[in-house]
Structures are given as structure tokens and as C-alpha cells.
Design a protein around this ligand. Structure first.
Ligand code: SAM
Length: 202
């Protein structure tokens, strides 16, 4: 929110959207700063957990949304739209683009959209052998808890979209890009991985 203040957006603090809210760790933090906060997640289990864990917080609600759009929300209905470590797990490129266009649509003029998405993943990680092996063992009938907990394999996809393509996408819509933060990993295990956080208004 310090960064938001530096950027001069959002200009109002009525409503915030936390897209891919999980158990609502960020949604509840936003509740101190906005009159109303809505957490959205594709997982019914996460939303159920978020509702239980955030019963003590006023002005928060949680919604399950399995669609690749946000048609449950009206145009320009949020002052702040936030999404962190979510779009990278959306396997379909068109769905990622649809969500970003929707973030811009539901953003109120003068609002702030902040979303994170990797811009590059090194070829070695793109193989995603742990995900492929997970799918293979599951199709052979091994149980999900066994494959996940015992073998430490994951079903989760890792996606990325190049920064230039995101800029083009934003340019074509109502959003106005303010800034991009880039983090480049340098460790032995994740060298070459580049993640961007986009700050957008309209
Ligand atoms: C790594 S967690 C991050 C949770 C939260 N943003 C945080 O920082 O604590 C990713 C979350 O994104 C959700 N997610 C994945 N794909 C989604 C989609 N298409 N729409 C909404 N939520 C999604 C998952 O169910 C999960 O709760």
C-alpha cells in the first residue's frame, strides 16, 4: 500500500478484489484499508477455509469462481484489484489473457490493478517433470495423497507470458500501465526465472 500511495492510486478506498485469494491471507490484510474486500478463488475448499478463518474480520467475503471471466462482477466495481502467485498456475494462456482483460474491466477509473506473472521460465523448468510424473502415476491408479505426500510430486502447472506480450495486451484495453517490477532469480535451482509485477490504472 506504500507503493500504491507513491503511485497515487487507488484514488478511493471503497472496494478491493483479491483474485486467487486462497485462504484469504491477503484479503484479511486488505480489510483494514478498504471498506469492502472480496476474495475470489477457483477452489471451493479454499473458499470454505477462507470463510472459516476470516470470520473475525468485518467487510470481507469470499466467492468461488470457476469461469475464465469475472462476469460475476460489474464493470468498474473495484478500486483495487490484486493477484499474486495465481496466474502462474493457470495452465491455459487464453484464460490468463482473459483474466487480465477482466481485471481491467472491473477496475474503477482511478483505481489500481496489481498482478504478478512470470515473464520467463528456463527450458529445464518448462519440462515440468514432477507434474508429468504426477499425472502419469495418477492415471495408473496411485492415490493423490500417496503421490503428493509420499513422493512429493505436484499437479500444479507453471505458466509464463513474456512481459512484452502483457504490455501489448494492456495497451489494447482500457488499462494504463504505470510500472513493472521485475525479479530475476539467480540461485542454482531457479536461475533464469523472471517474474514481473504489473501496476496498472485506468
Ligand atoms: C499459491 S496460492 C496463492 C494464494 C494467495 N494469493 C496468497 O498469496 O496467499 C494460489 C491460489 O490461486 C488459486 N487459483 C488458481 N487458479 C485460479 C483461477 N483460475 N481462478 C481463481 N483462483 C485460482 C488456487 O486455488 C490457490 O488458492
Amino acid at each position: 500500500m506504500k507503493r500504491a500511495a507513491q503511485l497515487g492510486h487507488p484514488q478511493q478506498r471503497r472496494r478491493a478484489l483479491d483474485f486467487g485469494c486462497g485462504l484469504g491471507r491477503v484479503t484479511r490484510a486488505l480489510a483494514d484499508r478498504f471498506e469492502e474486500c472480496v476474495g475470489v478463488d477457483i477452489s471451493e475448499g479454499m473458499v470454505k477455509g477462507a470463510r472459516e478463518l476470516n470470520r473475525d474480520v468485518q467487510g470481507v467475503s469470499f466467492v468461488v469462481n470457476v469461469a475464465t471471466d469475472l462476469s460475476v462482477f460489474a464493470d468498474g466495481s473495484f478500486d483495487f484489484v490484486y493477484s499474486n502467485i495465481v496466474l502462474q498456475h493457470v495452465p491455459d494462456r487464453r484464460a490468463i489473457e482473459s483474466y487480465i482483460a477482466e481485471f481491467c474491466r472491473v477496475l474503477r477509473p482511478g483505481g489500481l490493478l496489481v498482478f504478478q506473472l512470470p515473464s520467463h521460465i528456463p527450458a529445464i523448468f518448462r519440462l515440468q517433470w514432477r507434474r508429468r510424473l504426477y499425472a502419469c502415476l495418477r492415471s495408473l491408479g496411485f492415490s493423490a495423497p500417496f503421490v503428493y505426500r509420499r513422493l512429493h510430486l505436484l499437479p500444479i502447472a507453471m505458466s509464463y507470458v513474456h512481459e512484452d506480450e502483457i504490455k501489448q495486451l494492456l495497451h489494447a484495453g482500457p488499462g494504463r500501465l504505470l510500472e513493472v517490477d521485475t525479479i530475476s532469480a539467480s540461485g542454482l535451482l531457479n536461475a533464469g526465472l523472471k517474474s514481473c509485477t504489473y501496476f496498472v490504472t485506468r
